[in-house]
Design a protein around this ligand. Structure first.
Ligand code: IMP
Length: 338
């Protein structure tokens, strides 16, 4: 079997996603236990205990989620849809723990100024970063304020330099891969998440660009988090993995003797509530309890991956060059059997 480096994977004929690849340990690990691995990582100037960022979706990140993620050493990006954004602005004392907020293209200057005063990371939350109005907004914000700005999303590195020239500090990578996303079905746009991430990764490297990379969409498990970091992502953005928890916005619903919470795409009908073009689905997911348990599970999985791969730090894991491409039967073999 061929061991694939990142460059080999990037040059592969077909687009690949997380289920197509796996990490291959090739060294004798010098680690006694996974607790020796260190998942601390600096992202957008913030020292995170785990490079996990929450999706700015109305069923994922409100104030409770953002606060809890801050206390767990992750970064929560409060969604732009509900009243949370207003609350962040109105109560500086209470909401000093909110480190990230998403805005729309038409969010006014006054709001942006107040977010900038609070040193919150600003995420310009659009479906497509390859758009003049998104880049203009980014440039305006970066010219006026000393804040970090995330733009998104892109699926390919072709425009990365223009994003950097507009001042973007980080970019969300992935179009069509989100679990609630119907973009590819509705439009035919999108590449596998692994290929997207690597294309942007190598563009950054070849053009020596300074921008951080967020693997966004399609991450289903701690193993996928480990794969995304091993592929060079600076952070992962999670929607579904954090949805359905105690801290995600929305009611717990009892149905068929089970507890559920709603999860929906930002471009779903439920969010838009009007007859616009819909690129997102809605669903119910089983209630998971405290988000702390989910984050601990991700941390454990990532540490264990680092122990297998003999990596003491996130940067060591990000330098992984030993991947396998799985046949479909190899992929199926990896799944637990009933
Ligand atoms: P998940 O973690 O696989 O559930 O994906 C979450 C990501 O899906 C978000 O961070 C967005 O990039 C993307 N997303 C959210 N809502 C929509 C939508 O309505 N249509 C397409 N993509 C979406």
């Amino acid at each position: 079997m061929k061991l694939y480096s990142k460059q080999d994977l990037a040059n592969y004929d077909l687009a690949l996603t997380y289920d197509d690849i796996s990490l291959v340990p090739t060294h004798i690990s010098k680690m006694k236990s996974r607790v020796e691995s260190n998942t601390k990582h600096k992202f957008l100037g913030k020292a995170l205990s785990l490079p996990v960022v929450s999706s700015p979706m109305d069923t994922v990140t409100g104030l409770a989620m953002a606060k809890e993620l801050t206390s767990l050493g992750c970064l929560g990006i409060v969604n732009r849809f509900d009243s949370s954004l207003k609350e962040v602005l109105d109560d500086a004392a209470n909401f000093k723990d909110i480190k990230g907020v998403s805005i729309a293209l038409n969010t006014d200057d006054k709001t942006i100024e107040r977010l900038a005063e609070r040193k919150a990371v600003i995420c310009i939350d659009t479906a497509n970063a390859n758009n003049k109005f998104v880049l203009d907004k980014c440039e305006q914000i970066k010219k006026k304020y000393n804040v970090k700005v995330i733009v998104g999303n892109i699926a390919h590195g072709a425009t990365l330099k223009q994003l950097v020239d507009a001042g973007a500090d980080a970019v969300r990578i992935g179009i069509g891969g989100g679990s609630m996303c119907t973009t590819s079905i509705q439009t035919g746009i999108g590449i596998g998440q692994v290929s997207s991430l690597l294309d942007v990764y190598f563009t950054r490297k070849e053009q020596k660009l300074n921008i951080e990379l967020i693997a966004d969409g399609g991450i289903k498990s701690p193993g996928d988090v480990a794969k995304a970091i091993a592929l060079g992502a600076d952070a992962v953005m999670l929607g579904r993995m954090l949805a359905g928890t105690k801290e995600s916005p929305g009611e717990v619903i009892k149905y068929n003797d089970q507890l559920w919470k709603k999860y929906r795409g930002s471009a779903s009908f439920g969010v838009k509530m009007k007859n616009e073009f819909i690129e997102g689905e809605e669903t119910m997911i089983a209630y998971k309890g405290a988000v702390k348990n989910v984050i601990n599970g991700i941390s454990d999985g990532l540490r264990s991956a680092m122990s297998y791969m003999s990596c003491f730090t996130i940067d060591e894991l990000r330098n992984t060059e030993t991947f396998a491409i799985l046949s479909n039967s190899s992929y199926l073999e990896r799944l637990p059997k009933k």
